[in-house]
Design a protein around this ligand. Structure first.
Ligand code: SF4
Ligand code: SF4
Length: 320
């Protein structure tokens, strides 16, 4: 696969500094039941990298010491990590909000039949990818049969109270299929809500629109098709300075499956280390006694993906 990394490091993107830490985003490994074309971690069923119990315990200690309020679990399919349930129950026992970035289909896989009920019992917030409300677009991006499976899983979550009860938040994620920036989040959310309710009786809380980043699998596709410069021009032409104040790296720390830390999930994939401490490759255990507030963030050309248009983060548009 072609790699955009060398093209991203020289940048005129403005400097960013960290605010108070609120969220620990933990990547539990690259194993996934799916292999989506837009996947920025190149996850799939053949990947074997998984966070072990020692690193999971370190993440819990970090959360406790730093009084972090949100644990955001990503992958791969984070639920496929054998320590997933342990991490969730321990974090919930500390009254930390836990977000599970769920691909929905995992809820239907053999061996995972009790997963949805476990998530509901623990009051885990589910943020689930459904890249479009149209079957054709979902299958183009994620593969055949994904749309029907996603609908079945959403029905299952609704039946458990997700999207209906205040304590069971169900949010959906939209990624554009092509080179376009996402449309206005609020208008698209209204369309999703209307169509999913009319066709399937599905309800959910919020829609998060997320811009495709010019890295990993999507970046490789841009290079292979000669579209990299065109896509970067779109991101830069739509640069919105106001989004600098709320880009997610200001309040989030990203941890890989081995416990190494980065300013965000995208920097993790690009192996761009934290610049906050001027040390080369930092581990979570090196930061137990560090305060990162006010320190710098490692930026690159890909950061224009976070600031274009209405802005983009793991929690959707930044101007919403
Ligand atoms: S479900 Fe998510 S982690 Fe898995 S391949 Fe698709 S985008 Fe990647
Ligand atoms: S890619 Fe986005 S979240 Fe990551 S460092 Fe750049 S601006 Fe921050």
């Amino acid at each position: 696969m072609l790699d955009t990394r060398p093209l991203l490091l020289n940048t005129d993107f403005p400097p960013l500094t960290r605010a108070a830490l609120q969220t620990l985003q933990v990547n539990l490994g690259y194993l996934c039941n799916l292999s989506c074309t837009h996947c920025h971690v190149n996850a799939g069923p053949k990947r074997r990298e998984l966070m072990d119990r020692d690193v999971a315990d370190l993440a819990l200690e970090f959360i406790h010491r730093k009084n972090i309020r949100i644990l955001d679990l990503t992958g791969g399919a984070p639920e496929m990590n054998p320590h997933f349930r342990y991490l969730v129950t321990q974090a919930r026992a500390m009254d930390v909000e836990v977000i599970d970035r769920c691909n929905l289909l995992i809820l239907l896989e053999p061996g995972y039949e009790g997963l949805a009920a476990f998530l509901a019992e623990q009051g885990v917030t589910i943020t689930a990818s459904l890249p479009c409300y149209l079957e054709e677009n979902v299958e183009k991006q994620r593969g055949k049969g994904i749309y029907d499976g996603s609908i079945t899983a959403l029905n299952k979550l609704n039946a458990l109270g997700y999207g209906r009860r205040d304590d069971l938040q169900l949010n959906l994620v939209y990624n554009p299929v092509d080179l376009n920036l996402p449309p206005a989040q609020s208008g698209l959310e209204a369309d999703y809500k209307r169509i999913l309710a009319e066709k399937f009786g599905i309800v959910f809380n919020q829609l998060f629109t997320i811009t495709n980043m010019p890295i990993s699998r999507f970046g490789g596709m841009l290079l292979a098709k000669g579209l990299y410069n065109k896509y970067m021009d779109i991101l830069k032409d739509n640069y919105a300075e106001a989004n600098l104040a709320t880009v997610m790296c200001r309040t989030l720390l990203s941890v890989d499956y081995q416990g190494y830390v980065y300013d965000c999930d995208f920097n993790q994939m690009l192996k761009l280390p934290l610049i906050a401490t001027n040390r080369p490759k930092l581990h979570l255990k090196d930061l137990l006694d560090e305060n990162l507030e006010g320190r710098g963030i490692a930026v690159g050309e890909h950061c224009y993906g976070c600031t274009a248009g209405q802005g983009s983060s793991c929690g959707g548009a930044l101007d919403g």
